[in-house]
Design a binder for this molecule. Structure first.
Ligand code: ATP
Ligand code: MG
Length: 501
């Protein structure tokens, strides 16, 4: 029997490159269908075609056996298709309710014209928020919310459209474990209502938990498609990569040098309390914690984004009681922002410019920017980091994994000595994760130090020399190399203390 949705022989080219090659993809009604594949394999492109953002060069789409043409997002919406995009797309200045109801506000009958019924919109929003156990005021601008909360605003928006087909593109990539479980609960609920879900993820554990069927893309082709219970995870990884993943955490031993950073009695805005921390040359220090623990705030204080603070920060022996982003950068600090890549790259600029932007002097002579030099440097970094892209590609057109690598290249180019990385591997596939770990290895080998904020406790255990665990704005435990494990990190991150042991 034909499925609820069928995409037949879909081919899509971008400036001559075949990105989707004769893809056949079919999904049954009420199913959660996982779509997986390495970075750049074409997942987002395939779904953007369903959502009416791209038109395929070839191929047909059927819904309930009927051929449809989806040539605009509105058309997709009318066909009951709703997509949560890979990058957060909220309007930070609008309130929670305004974000959820934008362009489809409930109308109140009035003379002479219907007007927006905001009372109703806020009531509906409150109902949804309650449903998700979210303690958020619907009247607050979305920009004030945490990343996870903003994600939920998008999720609520998509669900409240009452779509028949919900596409989630890496929706969980920067959510905490608790938030993910909450989302899964919701998926199970809407499934009962007959809603079909296409679920893109890089986390195979999630596939196991939530998916009924799995389709794997590689280089724009479907390499396998079957029921989830028929597939084993090792097989999936191998078909995905087309090769064996040798070592998930290629941590190398680096001889550590002296102290490069010390944080003493740091307090910030009632959010961070009495933080004490040190970092040595060549060290990878993990910072763990659940959403809201203060990890990102700490990173932003160190980098001079969040000011002023109480306490002292010592960088390479120089004491600071206040820090601006400029001082931080001049002293070798850099901040590789996480979640999505929107904070790290300027999407409309070329890859080359994104790499050189942190140190344009290096590609200038007598104050003049030398494009040939810039291109050469960029090409060199792309090759060293095995990023298959051209220096003049526009950053926005690269897949998520490649964008992350470019963001790292940019700081390598700047010779950063202390890198604060916020979720360096969120939302990328296993193969690219290993590439990023190897870039981190290269960094520490060259004498840099890394502070790695991550929600992936296995990654912290695999790559870090020490892990500081935060809870409620405090560092409640620092685990040494021989004590680190995912279980221990979780125990402290959830507020456990030695007394409970
Ligand atoms: N607008 C565009 N213009 C040119 N090339 C593009 C465009 N969008 C995507 N591509 C290219 O198409 C290929 C597939 O990208 P796509 O974003 O679909 O991959 P993906 O599987 O979603 O990857 P990821 O897991 O990193 O999100 C990549 O090589 C990407 O660089
Ligand atoms: Mg994608």
């Amino acid at each position: 029997m034909a499925g609820y949705l069928e995409m037949r022989n879909i081919t899509k080219k971008f400036s001559g490159n075949v990105v989707l090659d004769n893809v056949n993809f079919s999904v049954d009604k009420g199913q959660v269908h996982a779509l997986i594949g390495e970075n750049g394999s074409g997942k987002t492109t395939l779904m953007n075609i369903l959502a009416g953002l791209y038109t395929p060069d070839k191929g047909e789409i059927f819904i309930n056996g009927e051929k449809v043409t989806i040539d605009s997002p509105i058309k997709a919406q009318n066909l009951g298709i709703s997509m949560i995009h890979q990058e957060l797309r909220v309007f930070p200045d609008l309130t929670v309710a305004e974000n959820i109801f934008i362009k489809r506000e409930p109308l109140k009958k009035a003379v002479p014209l219907p007007v927006i019924d905001w009372v109703e919109a806020y009531r509906e929003t409150e109902r949804y928020l309650k449903c998700f156990n979210l303690n958020i005021n619907p009247r607050v601008p979305v920009g004030y919310l945490s990343y996870g909360q903003q994600r939920f605003v998008e999720i609520i928006k998509a669900i409240s459209c009452k779509a028949d087909l919900l596409i989630m593109d890496e929706t969980t990539s920067a959510l905490t474990e608790k938030e993910i479980q909450m989302l899964f609960e919701t998926i199970r609920e809407i499934k009962k209502l007959g809603v079909t879900v296409i679920y893109i993820t890089h986390r195979l554990g999630e596939v196991k938990q939530i998916a009924d069927a799995v389709t794997v893309l590689r280089d724009g082709k479907v390499v396998c498609s079957s029921n989830a219970d028929k597939m084993n995870m090792n097989e999936i990884v191998q078909v995905m990569a087309g090769r064996k993943i040798e070592d998930r955490y290629p941590k190398i031993k680096v001889k550590m040098g002296g102290e490069v950073l010390r944080v003493q009695n740091l307090n910030y805005e009632g959010i961070l309390h009495n933080i004490n921390l040190d970092l040595r040359k060549g060290e990878i220090l993990g910072i763990a914690g659940l959403s809201g623990a203060g990890r990102k705030t700490l990173a932003k204080v160190l980098f001079g984004i969040n000011t002023p603070f109480d306490g002292t920060i010592t960088i390479n022996g120089k004491k600071f009681n206040s820090i601006t982003t400029r001082t931080a950068m001049n002293n070798g600090l850099c901040y590789v922002a996480g979640t999505g890549t929107e904070e790290s790259l300027i999407k409309q600029l070329s890859v080359a410019r994104n790499i050189t932007i942190t140190n344009l002097k290096r590609v200038s002579r007598a104050g003049l920017l030398m494009p040939a030099m810039e291109a050469e440097f960029a090409a060199d970094y792309l090759e060293r980091l095995e990023i298959s892209a051209e220096h003049d590609d526009i950053a926005d057109t690269l897949s998520g994994g490649k964008q992350k690598k470019v963001a790292l290249a940019k700081w390598l180019f700047n010779n950063a000595r202390i890198l604060i990385m916020d979720e360096p591997t969120a939302g990328i596939d296993i193969g690219s994760k290993v590439d990023i770990y190897n870039i981190i290895n290269e960094l520490v080998l060259s004498g840099a130090s890394v502070i790695m904020i991550s929600s992936d406790f296995a990654e912290l255990s695999g790559m870090c020399d020490r892990v500081a665990v935060m809870y409620n704005g405090e560092i409640i435990k620092i685990l040494n190399k021989d004590e680190i494990s995912s279980e221990k990190i979780l125990f402290y991150a959830a507020g456990g203390s030695e007394r409970d042991l």
